[in-house]
Design a protein around this ligand. Structure first.
Ligand SMILES: *Cc1c(COP(=O)(O)O)cnc(C)c1O
Length: 580
């Protein structure tokens, strides 16, 4: 039975912050996320619910999800639609909004999913859906697949997200005091607001009076998430004109979104009062990319309760009661006796070994130093950097290390798929010397298993392309030490030999050129440092000085998890962005 109306009336009493994101990972079995961006959005809502913030969230339903990943014997990724049934998790609301697409009126409905906190807080997430009988078969597909289709498909999805989302919230009776655009995908919402707040034309010669940009800016917060060019959606104006039509006059739109093509990031930048990057360095990099804008930085965090495995939850509950809603308590990690911490880690590690055996038949030993690398498979993350010099890796690591990999490549990312294939090849090549597995279908559940069950979390992005990265923060929550290139959050979290280890040189402020020869030399330099620390520092420490190793695990928790959690992040968004 539908009970949403009463609930909605209750919900709409108080003005809300509306969080818009193309992807939100609310639950492992709701496959509406592809990677870090969506999981962060989920963590944002989970922390918001814990802190009882007045928020609602808007995203796309994706009935066929992102995709389910299989990998064949030769290491080729095969993609399958990930069909799921929204009615098992959510309630369909009796409201509809419309958007114009290619001149047709397309109806948009929403499913409500409540993210509930143990603190009794709750935040509704509205999943937008065009799969309605009144819509044409083509339009019913618009919200089917995350990051699927071509540029036109993406544009239609963003029209539904931005325009459809704002209209539907309005239809439901919400009063919104801030719109937070999590990445540029949602920036069409600014057009709807411009249109809504346009003033009657008193003096036709002064358009600034008509389009109340200041009012819209005052309502909008924009978080940019990547310096990777492909991460910023751009649409040719003839396409925009054909598909979306005119929401505001094109000459005004061009002033706001770029002369040559409609740049979603520019649109958001020009119509948000508060703009931020997701780590201090990324704030700087973004300022260089978009000169002339005031860009702040709020470093990402992860939801502590979600990203702590069961054996660590148990010891935190015992020694640091209240930690989940007050991660600052990690500062007292020293209260946990060494052997208790180590046993909790070994429990997680054994459980990962079991999982690997179940999934692949491969027998991993809990007594061997284990490295984890799992994230989207895409070129700049350089999953195969550790294999740059095979002879050397074998000399250093044979019999002493094991490697666990996972991650999906976007279906159209051929170099990303190639990376997976490379790792498969090395897996065969190294068979009896260094155990390697590539686990299929990386998702939130397997992420927690892998991250908590290894000893060292490896990250080797090409700088400065890792805006923040969050998986290393999850590692820290489970006493897992980071070994990573100094980019994104790790610049802020790294203390050499204390919270983990750096790979390669100290960060530079200057934008690195993406020149190919530069990339090759960065590869060489970073791989050299990786091997040298592996051999001289990490392997000896693990096998010969367990006491010091456990100190580092403590520091990962007490210094890194203490700071890089989503509660701290949300408190900053509230004080710096939402209530300004
Ligand atoms: C945390 C997480 C990510 C992000 O990993 P990064 O290393 O920060 O890129 C991606 N996918 C899943 C499923 C995650 O849980």
């Amino acid at each position: 039975m539908y009970t949403g109306i009463d609930q909605l009336q209750e919900l709409t009493k108080e003005p809300k912050i509306a969080y818009f994101s193309m992807e939100i990972g609310v639950h492992n079995d709701i496959p509406t996320y592809s990677g870090g961006l969506g999981v962060l959005a989920g963590d944002t809502i989970r922390s918001g619910a814990d802190l009882k913030l007045p928020m609602v969230a808007v995203t796309i339903l994706c009935r066929r999800g992102y995709f389910r990943q299989d990998i064949d014997d030769r290491g080729r990724q095969v993609e399958y639609p990930y069909e799921w049934d929204p009615s098992r998790y959510m309630q369909l609301l009796p409201y509809k909004a419309t958007v114009q697409i290619e001149g047709r009126e397309v109806f948009v409905q929403a499913w409500q999913y409540n993210v509930k906190s143990l603190t009794s807080g709750s935040i509704p997430v509205f999943f937008l859906d065009t799969d309605i009988a009144v819509n044409s078969p083509e339009d019913r597909e618009i919200t089917a697949q995350l990051y699927g289709g071509d540029l036109t498909y993406r544009l239609k999805q963003e029209i539904v997200l931005g325009l459809g989302g704002v209209r539907l919230l309005h239809e439901m009776g919400f009063e919104i005091k801030k719109y937070h655009m999590n990445e540029g995908h949602a920036s069409f919402l600014t057009l709807e607001l411009l249109d809504r707040f346009k003033r009657p034309i008193e003096d036709v010669w002064d358009e600034k009076l008509v389009w109340d940009k200041e009012k819209v800016k005052g309502l909008c917060v924009f978080t940019t998430h990547t310096p990777v060019e492909a991460g910023h959606d751009k649409f040719p104006y003839d396409l925009v004109s054909r598909v979306m039509g005119e929401i505001i006059p094109f000459h005004v739109l061009k002033e706001l979104a770029g002369r040559d093509c409609l740049n979603m990031t520019m649109l958001a930048l020009n119509l948000s009062r508060y703009i931020n990057g997701v780590a201090k360095k990324h704030g700087e990099v973004s300022k260089n990319m978009f000169p002339g804008y005031e860009i702040y930085a709020i470093t990402n965090g992860v939801h502590s309760f979600t990203w702590t495995c069961s054996s660590f939850k148990k010891i935190y509950d015992e020694y640091l009661p209240g930690w989940a809603n007050e991660p600052e308590l990690f500062v007292r990690v020293g209260r946990i006796p060494d052997e208790v911490l180590w046993n909790a880690h070994m429990e997680a590690k054994k459980s990962l070994c079991e999982y690997i055996k179940e999934q692949t038949g491969s027998l991993f030993s809990p007594d061997i130093l284990t490295f984890g690398f799992a994230r989207r498979a895409t070129a700049y993350k350089r999953a195969d950097l550790i294999f740059r010099d095979i002879e050397r890796l074998l000399r250093i690591g044979a019999g002493k290390i094991q490697l666990v990999y996972a991650g999906k490549a976007h279906p159209k990312d051929e170099p990303g798929k190639q990376l997976i294939q490379n790792i498969f090849r090395y897996k065969e090549e190294f068979k009896d010397k260094i155990k390697i597995v590539y686990l299929k279908n990386y998702n939130m559940d397997s992420a927690l298993r892998i991250i908590s069950g290894v000893d060292v979390w490896l990250n080797t992005p090409l700088r400065p392309l890792e805006a923040s990265g969050t998986s290393g923060m999850k590692a820290a929550h489970n006493g897992v030490v980071n070994f990573s290139v100094l980019d994104g959050w790790w610049i802020e979290g790294h203390i050499e030999g204390y919270t983990g280890w750096a790979i390669g040189p100290a960060p530079i402020e200057k934008m690195q050129s993406t020149d190919l020869t530069d990339m090759k030399s960065a590869d060489r330099r970073d791989a050299e440092d990786l091997y040298s620390k592996l051999e001289k520092v990490i392997i000896p420490l693990y096998y010969d000085d367990r006491h010091m190793w456990i100190r580092m695990m403590q520091n990962a928790i007490g210094k890194n998890a203490y700071y890089f959690n989503c509660h701290r992040m949300m408190r900053r968004y509230v004080t710096e962005a939402y209530i300004r």
